[in-house]
Design a protein around this ligand. Sequence first.
Ligand SMILES: Nc1ncnc2c1ncn2[C@@H]1O[C@H](COP(=O)(O)OP(=O)(O)OP(=O)(O)O)[C@@H](O)[C@H]1O
Length: 316
Amino acid sequence: MEVRFREVETRKQGRTVLEVPELALGRRATTAVLGPNGAGKTTLLRLAAGLERPARGEVLLDGEPAERAGPRRAAFAFQRAVFLRGTVRENLDLALRLRGADAAERRRRIARAAELCGVGQLLERDALHLSGGEAQRVNLARALALEADLVLLDEPLSGLDGPSRESLLADLPAMLAASRATVVLVTHDRDEALLLAQELVLLLGGRVEAQGPAGQVFRRPPTLAAAAFLGYTVVGRRAIRPGALALGGGTPVIRFTVERVVDLGTQLAAEGRAEGRVVRAAVPPGAAPPAPGDEAAASAPPDAVLTYGDDGRLAE
Ligand SMILES: Nc1ncnc2c1ncn2[C@@H]1O[C@H](COP(=O)(O)OP(=O)(O)OP(=O)(O)O)[C@@H](O)[C@H]1O
């Protein structure tokens, strides 16, 4: 399924919160829409579902306006799962009944989605008394049970503790692949986007700052703003890939005053600020760690340093 945005502008209380002249999603199976809080991610997802209409422009699902096609062809899992009183099975069943599936078809789809999402043992449980992790999986199962062409997931891993998140993060790609749907998921977490999606759309301030294959956008962010959001250390017109800075080494790419030395578990890192931004550089194994107040120089492998033009765009 192709989701196409054309000349779209959305306003909330008189303020433009999303402006997308042209965007096509669905070229690859899973697209992550990545961006900070308030970037317009949920708004973009709701437009694709046809849950809201843009002030200007159009959103098309395979050429048909999203507000018409969405209710038939899209399944939406909201960031916070909302369940009605009753069992998990009853909640899933209701969602399917609203789409007009008959009883046998509903049983089949519930069984399949429950197995995919690992919630078979929860089907007879009270939907209002699930743990956060259980509720997230049931929320996904409810969306996947619809067997929609387009599955829209808003922060599917939000609110989960470390191990539950890891477990769902590991299971999700297979669950989504088995659904065979076009998936668009929203996240503010870079690693989540890289682990779950083949295509990345980076949204900053309501605009698409970058789009492309996920690994490629991460390796070569097209703008300094995109690099900064993706965790690069930005100094002047240069951006240094996350984790690439180390004290000493060859030609320094950055100098800073050490504010503290942090033990990251597997290594020590010297932390300070350059041009107002936090800089963290690894202390090489065996080297004496610096002290707060010391001047430090850090280097990075040449391929981890990207240079941008005056316009903030990546120089070729
Ligand atoms: N009903 C509303 N009325 C006014 N402003 C709104 C409304 N809904 C959203 N906004 C504003 O629109 C902008 C985009 O919101 P949206 O929820 O799409 O962002 P988001 O990227 O999903 O954020 P988050 O990661 O915090 O969920 C924000 O600045 C938000 O404050």
